[in-house]
Design a protein around this ligand. Structure first.
Ligand SMILES: [Mg+2]
Length: 122
């Protein structure tokens, strides 16, 4: 059965690019437009992995990580968060908040695949 990835980003373009890459890696893909949407979906049907944007309206990536950690999901999805060169300072905070890995935007197929391998999913 294919693994499920929830792509969380307020940019429709980024979601589309990520979906395309993930589908070529045989993932089933769902999309969320912000952290709140992502949290709701995770509580309903937890994915294997979440690809998480940092800056989003309504609920940011960091707020999502904190909320996910406080949830009582029996198995927490892996989280790979996306950052930009300007956001490199966020990495430590994100890992401390429960992220498993990070990937720099813009990412390509090879980079994303290697990060998914690191968290045990590709
Ligand atoms: Mg964003």
């Amino acid at each position: 059965m294919s693994k499920k990835c929830l792509v969380v980003d307020d940019s429709k373009v980024i979601r589309k690019v990520a979906r395309h890459i993930l589908e070529t890696l045989d993932f089933t893909v769902d999309e969320a437009v912000d952290g709140r949407d992502a949290l709701d979906q995770c509580l309903q049907t937890p994915p294997d992995v979440v690809l998480l944007d940092w800056n989003m309206p309504v609920m940011s990536g960091m707020e999502f990580l904190r909320a996910l950690r406080q949830s009582d999901l029996p198995v927490r999805p892996k989280v790979v968060f996306c950052t930009t060169e300007n956001g490199m300072g966020h990495i430590r905070a994100a890992i401390e908040a429960g992220a498993d890995e990070y990937v720099m935007k813009p990412f390509d197929r090879e980079t994303l695949e290697s990060k998914l391998q690191i968290v045990g999913l590709a």
